[in-house]
Design a protein around this ligand. Structure first.
Ligand SMILES: *[C@@H]1O[C@H](CO)[C@@H](O)[C@H](O)[C@H]1NC(C)=O
Ligand SMILES: *[C@@H]1O[C@H](CO)[C@@H](O)[C@H](O)[C@H]1NC(C)=O
Ligand SMILES: *[C@@H]1O[C@H](CO)[C@@H](O)[C@H](O)[C@H]1NC(C)=O
Ligand SMILES: *[C@@H]1O[C@H](CO)[C@@H](O)[C@H](O)[C@H]1NC(C)=O
Ligand SMILES: *[C@@H]1O[C@H](CO)[C@@H](O)[C@H](O)[C@H]1NC(C)=O
Ligand SMILES: *[C@@H]1O[C@H](CO)[C@@H](O)[C@H](O)[C@H]1NC(C)=O
Ligand SMILES: *[C@@H]1O[C@H](CO)[C@@H](O)[C@H](O)[C@H]1NC(C)=O
Length: 236
């Protein structure tokens, strides 16, 4: 009888120890952390000192906190971080490169902003955007559509409208640029005052990644661009 008891206890304790380590493969020290004015945040955010804990790393200690948006992404000024749960957050960031282009009126360097969307995490700008049509000067013989303004830019003209009415069709040779629109610019604002480098970005972590994270794994994009859940056991 006693030996049966001992055996049951042995099996039970083994199971318990096993599941405890199983659940903590890589995350033993990846807990939510206090991040200055943003308060307590956790996955998918990580402190820059342990970037392997998350997908967006934040320098919380700086006077101008920076956030790297995605493991392969660029860094931006972090203005606000508001996290609902591990799968959804809204951040407000400032793109300093865009800000400098706007300050120096570098029209030729304006381009639609891109973020490293992947099967792990995706990003969406939720600040309304301003559409610009950039057309080669020689390529086009068009009368300025009603409500549209025109700024010349090297060999191009850039057309934009303050109103959000359906835009007239521009020739397909024109490229379309979408950039965050300032909510406060006056009606007669020029192109550079109409745009802003401060905008809100929604962060969506995929269900695959959440489930991988909950199992103690690390979300990765494989070379082929597919989702991969790394559950390396070397940490045990
Ligand atoms: C994360 O950083 C804390 C200290 O800030 C450290 O104690 C912990 O071990 C780190 N975790 C990982 C997984 O590197
Ligand atoms: C940050 O965003 C949240 C949610 O949108 C908002 O309630 C809060 O006031 C913002 N904080 C700052 C400092 O802007
Ligand atoms: C996360 O928060 C968002 C926004 O509040 C909500 O729509 C979503 O259902 C939540 N997801 C989970 C898994 O709780
Ligand atoms: C611009 O806004 C439209 C409508 O809200 C949206 O569909 C589109 O994805 C936005 N483009 C960018 C680059 O944010
Ligand atoms: C360009 O516009 C002018 C004046 O509107 C017109 O006379 C001319 O035929 C147009 N050229 C082309 C190639 O469409
Ligand atoms: C746009 O502006 C440029 C330079 O000011 C001018 O040469 C061009 O004719 C304008 N285009 C239209 C359609 O008004
Ligand atoms: C255009 O702007 C008006 C007010 O500024 C807004 O009510 C309307 O929904 C907008 N339309 C589109 C298509 O964004």
């Amino acid at each position: 009888m006693a030996s049966v008891y001992l055996f049951v206890i042995f099996v039970l304790s083994h199971l318990l120890v096993h599941s405890a380590t199983e659940g903590n493969l890589n995350h033993a020290n990846c807990t939510p952390f206090y991040c200055g004015k943003f308060g307590s945040i956790g996955f998918p955010f990580a402190k820059s000192t342990n970037s392997s804990c998350g997908l967006l790393t934040v320098d919380c200690d700086e006077t101008t906190p920076m956030i790297q948006v995605g493991r392969e992404g660029r860094s931006y000024n972090a203005i606000n971080i508001s996290q609902s749960n591990t799968s959804y957050a809204t951040i407000r960031i400032k793109d300093q490169v865009l800000q400098e282009h706007l300050n120096l009126r570098r029209c030729s360097l304006l381009g639609t902003l891109t973020f490293p969307n992947s099967p792990v995490v995706s990003f969406e700008i939720t600040t309304p955007n301003q559409t610009l049509f950039k057309c080669k000067r020689t390529l086009i013989n068009l009368t300025l559509p009603r409500n549209f303004k025109n700024t010349s830019c090297n060999d191009y003209n850039i057309y934009y409208s303050h109103s959000n009415h359906t835009s007239p069709s521009f020739p397909p040779e024109c490229s379309i640029i979408q950039l965050p629109k300032s909510g406060t610019s006056p009606d007669d604002a020029d192109l550079y005052a109409l745009l802003t480098a401060d905008f809100n970005l929604e962060v969506h972590v995929s269900l695959d990644c959440i489930s991988c994270h909950n199992r103690g794994g690390q979300c990765q994009n494989s070379r082929g661009g597919e989702f991969n859940c790394a559950t390396g056991k070397k940490g045990m």
